[in-house]
Design a protein around this ligand. Structure first.
Ligand SMILES: Cc1cc2nc3c(=O)[nH]c(=O)nc-3n(C[C@H](O)[C@H](O)[C@H](O)COP(=O)(O)OP(=O)(O)OC[C@H]3O[C@@H](n4cnc5c(N)ncnc54)[C@H](O)[C@@H]3O)c2cc1C
Length: 363
């Protein structure tokens, strides 16, 4: 399988080459004390343990597609997750369970499942990064999320030093969240997915995807059609990495879609009365999820809106904040994020929260 990460590496990097911008899809981030690559689970655990024994802070980094690292970098050891491999660990007539090493590039895995006739990940095509990072924020897109197919996660627990398994029910999966997000307690070593043996996708849940496929919501389509259509839709929004396209030099969505209770939602509708109905999706517990992209756009921050020092909103999607090159810095990107968050709050009274993990920086 191909290595799709920003800058692959093996072994330990000398300090002089430890600029973390090399390892992030934003191409931003200052220097690390040390960068060590783990090419299998044992190496990853050893690198994390050894840094812990030296009392150094540890940052586990894989594809670097969901982190914003400050210009001052990271004053400790960065452990790059570069393990590879997948194996079938259980199967019956209807399902197959695959165990995937954390460093396996996510989209290579999705492509392999589609080619094998294993259904359940096809709508998650084209998402950058590693398989081991998918449980961290319960990666999702186009009506699917990994919580639906993950059965368990093998982890190194940095608190008690053990390696063990956490069942999916104990992972605390929620919208773009889990027990792993904002915690450095666990290092994910491998992930188990139970997938259906089927040439067809799960029921298509996302209206835009159904339209693009020419089917009704709830219909199933051939796996390869689902994958190809998702890739096409994503590419049109700058959501598939492309070195030649600065609109993809981002972390994908910078903000999560706000989830409001009924009273806050009605307040938003009043404040947005002149703009029509805000796009929304019902959530459990009488909550309502709102489109962050719509809020940003209607607050006056359109596609291409420039930020300071070579940063800008993507020309293809209002939710992606991009590094256009030149003098861009994390400080500038964060300033743009603040401007947007504050502008949306002023206009609609809704607070946007960042989706990526912020390392040594804050908005
Ligand atoms: C163009 C683009 C489009 C995107 N589209 C989507 C989308 O549609 N849906 C979506 O959910 N996300 C999306 N993302 C965000 C991102 O791709 C995913 O969150 C992805 O899973 C991050 O993987 P990574 O390997 O790059 O993680 P990294 O950025 O390397 O790490 C992210 C966080 O996870 C931690 N981490 C990583 N690996 C491990 C591990 N093995 N053990 C413990 N902690 C770990 C890191 O410490 C960090 O806190 C997009 C990003 C980009 C750039």
């Amino acid at each position: 399988m191909s290595d799709v990460y920003a800058q692959p590496t093996t072994g330990t990097e000398p300090a002089a080459t430890c600029e973390l911008a090399r390892y992030t899809t934003l191409r931003l981030g200052g220097p690390a004390g040390r960068v060590v690559a783990g090419t299998d689970a044992d190496e990853i655990v050893r690198a994390v343990r050894e840094a812990g024994e030296r009392d150094e802070p540890v940052l586990v980094l894989a594809g670097g597609s969901n982190v914003v690292i400050g210009d001052a970098g990271f004053p400790g050891t960065v452990v790059l997750v570069r393990s590879r491999g997948l194996q079938v660990v259980d199967e019956d007539a209807a399902t197959v369970t695959v165990r995937v090493e954390a460093g396996e590039p996510w989209d290579d895995l999705v492509a392999a499942t589609v080619a094998n006739g294993w259904s359940g990940l096809e709508c998650l095509s084209g998402i950058p990064g590693s398989t081991g990072a998918t449980p961290i924020q319960n990666v999702g897109a186009y009506g699917q999320e990994v919580a639906e197919t993950i059965t368990g996660v093998r982890v190194h627990d940095r608190v008690d030093g053990t390696v063990g398994r956490i069942a999916a029910a104990d992972c605390g999966f929620a919208y773009r969240s889990s027990i792993f997000k904002y915690s450095d307690r666990w290092v994910v070593l491998s992930v188990d997915f139970r997938l259906a043996r089927s040439p067809l996708s799960g029921p298509v849940r996302y209206a835009e995807l159904a339209r693009a496929l020419g089917v009704e919501v709830g219909d199933r389509v051939p796996l390869a059609d689902a994958r190809a259509t998702v890739l096409r839709l994503r590419a049109g929004k700058g959501m598939v990495l492309d070195a030649a396209d600065p609109d993809t030099r981002s972390v994908g969505s910078f903000f999560t879609n706000p989830v409001l209770d009924r009273a806050a939602y009605e307040l938003l509708r009043e404040r947005a009365a002149d703009l029509g109905e805000p796009p929304s999706w019902p959530c459990p517990g009488d909550m309502v999820k709102i489109s962050a992209a719509w809020l940003i756009d209607k607050a006056g921050f359109g596609k291409g809106h420039p930020g300071p020092e070579g940063t800008a909103i993507s020309g293809k999607h209002t939710l992606a904040l991009t590094n256009r090159g030149g003098t861009a810095s994390t400080a500038a990107l964060v300033e743009l994020a603040r401007e947007i968050r504050d502008g949306v709050h002023r206009r609609f009274g809704v607070t946007l929260h960042p989706e990526p993990v912020l390392v040594n920086c804050t908005i």
